[in-house]
Design a protein around this ligand. Structure first.
Ligand SMILES: Cc1cc2nc3c(=O)[nH]c(=O)nc-3n(C[C@H](O)[C@H](O)[C@H](O)COP(=O)(O)OP(=O)(O)OC[C@H]3O[C@@H](n4cnc5c(N)ncnc54)[C@H](O)[C@@H]3O)c2cc1C
Length: 503
């Protein structure tokens, strides 16, 4: 049953087997799995439950509606790096591009070896991946809806002899309107609000939306529940107190939200690692100008990738976003910028994301729930980014681009010949030369079997506080190098399978 700010008319007190906070990739997967196992589960989510007809095609309206800090969140260090998280049922899966990769076996094996993760291996996660992939219809998109932006990348990969593939996505009936990041107006994206959450509700699960959890209840050294407020959706002011007592408390507030909740409650931090080890897949986009019409908005927003260099630490993926967002990424000002944007029909957008090793911190502020996020890109990551951008420019030219705008400070605004991509390779580039985005934040409550190296173990349970579990991207020990949502779901399902044996 769904309870929202309008239907709740007084204080709420729940007594359940498990309470899950956050309904994104991790939380929804865990809640569904536990409910399916016959447990009584309450799923608590700060955001609202939207339907496709509620979404805006105007980016700024969508940002205000769906994103934390209205989409203006940033990691701040030697430069300002935007990073985005959603606040709604479905969490960030509702605004993402539906790209689905399993964590590569060798990366999981690296995690297992480095962190002594006794209960994790590719063989253990494989059946969970298979089940999730079937449930979310994870498959390559229909060719007819890929659109030229993606097809050009395929042509470019073929021309270079580089590995590439149509991306497998969690969608059904996607017609490629290119507006993934504003919420799927076609209802085709199979984000958790359209999959795990409805299935959870069907099984009798209780969902509270508009509900911000602020406290973790502890008795006799164990987590026994959570407390917070049902908020007025318009004013975001607390309206009714909500307390949920449970035998398992599962936090899935995401990489930014979970450490903030733990820090504010001064819990589960004997390792000192809560809020530390902030990782991401730092990425940046490049525009290629083609003689032919691309109409990149007409097609799947991220439908093709070049994975030739995945083992070297970067991936190249096509991307598209509404024109106002593309405008921000296009270089220059004034007339120059206007003339570039006038060629929108001829622009392809491709971007590189790296398996970054730099780390940052997420720290709760005394007031409010938006954290201070500190992060600086290391020279090692800048050098990797440089290689990735050189490869992206080469690929754009191989696909037939006549001009590429690298978007790197210190380099010409435009490269007009394939031979000029050497300028990217030859430049002496510092991190501040780039204009990156902090994709897929992870790692702020890292998982390790060794208490001094992690906040949770390989069952997702806190090393300090029995019955407290974390099931979101914050448990990743480091960045896996591929888009993470399916791995978050598989890990959450894995943790849930353990939790159900305990409650
Ligand atoms: C624009 C964009 C595109 C992306 N594209 C892809 C992609 O194509 N493929 C991919 O794999 N990944 C993609 N990602 C990343 C991916 O969506 C996230 O990594 C993933 O959703 C994180 O899952 P999570 O469970 O950790 O957190 P989230 O999905 O962010 O869920 C956390 C939930 O917890 C709620 N919450 C937080 N604090 C509280 C509180 N105190 N009380 C109650 N509720 C709370 C939040 O409102 C939110 O709903 C993209 C991200 C963005 C921003």
């Amino acid at each position: 049953m769904i309870h929202d700010f309008a239907s709740v008319s007084g204080p709420v007190r729940l007594d359940v087997d498990a309470v899950v906070v956050g309904s994104g990739a991790g939380g929804a997967a865990a809640a569904y799995r536990l409910q399916r196992a016959g447990k009584a589960v309450a799923l608590l989510e700060e955001g609202a439950y939207y339907q496709p007809s509620d979404f805006h095609t105007d980016s700024w309206a969508a940002m205000r509606q769906l994103y934390r800090d209205q989409g203006l969140r940033a990691m701040v260090g030697t430069m300002i790096i935007p990073t985005m998280q959603a606040k709604c049922v479905g969490g960030t899966t509702l605004v993402n591009s539906a790209i689905c990769f399993r964590i590569p076996d060798e990366v999981l094996e690296e995690w297992v070896a480095q962190e002594g993760l006794q209960d994790l291996s590719p063989d253990i996660l494989r059946p969970l991946f298979e089940e999730i992939e079937e449930f979310l219809n994870i498959s390559p998109d229909d060719e007819q809806y890929l659109g030229q932006n993606n097809l050009l990348m395929r042509r470019a990969c073929q021309a270079k002899g580089w590995e590439g593939q149509v991306i497998r996505r969690n969608s059904r009936g996607c017609k490629g309107c290119g507006l993934c990041m504003s919420g799927c107006i076609e209802g085709a994206k199979l984000s958790t609000d359209r999959t795990f959450v409805p299935a959870f509700l069907e099984l009798g699960g209780e969902l509270y939306t508009d509900c911000r959890i602020e406290g973790i209840l502890v008795e006799s050294g164990k987590a026994v529940g959570v407390a917070g407020w049902v908020l007025d959706r318009k004013t975001e002011q607390p309206k009714h107190r909500l307390e949920a007592r449970a035998r398992a408390v599962i936090l899935a507030c995401g990489t930014m939200g979970t450490p903030v909740l733990l820090q504010k409650n001064r819990l589960a931090n004997s390792s000192g690692l809560v809020g530390k080890n902030l990782c991401n897949h730092t990425g940046t986009g490049m525009l290629g100008f083609f003689e032919e019409v691309v109409n990149a908005w007409d097609g799947v927003s991220q439908g093709y990738c070049c994975d030739q260099f995945r083992k070297d630490g970067f991936m190249i993926e096509s991307f598209w976003a509404p024109p106002d967002v593309i405008g921000i990424r296009a270089p220059g000002f004034g007339l120059y910028h206007k003339n570039l944007m006038a060629k929108l029909k001829h622009i392809a957008g491709w971007g590189a994301m790296i398996r970054a090793t730099s780390t940052g911190t997420v720290t709760a502020r005394r007031k409010g729930w938006s954290p201070a996020i500190k992060y600086s890109m290391s020279q090692r990551d800048a050098s990797l980014m440089q290689k990735a951008m050189k490869a992206t420019a080469d690929l754009l030219f191989a696909g037939g681009a006549r001009k590429v705008t690298p978007g790197i400070y210190g380099l010409p605004k435009e490269l007009n010949d394939p031979s000029e991509t050497r300028l990217i390779a030859e430049a002496n580039l510092r991190p501040t030369a780039f204009n990156p985005i902090g994709n897929h934040p992870m790692g702020t409550c890292r998982m390790s079997e060794r208490p001094g190296r992690g906040v949770v173990n390989s069952h997702g349970e806190s090393h300090d506080l029995p019955n407290l579990f974390i099931a979101d991207a914050s448990v990743f020990p480091n960045a896996p190098g591929v888009n993470p949502q399916v791995t978050i779901m598989a890990l959450a399902a894995h943790f849930a399978d353990y939790i159900q044996t305990r409650i």
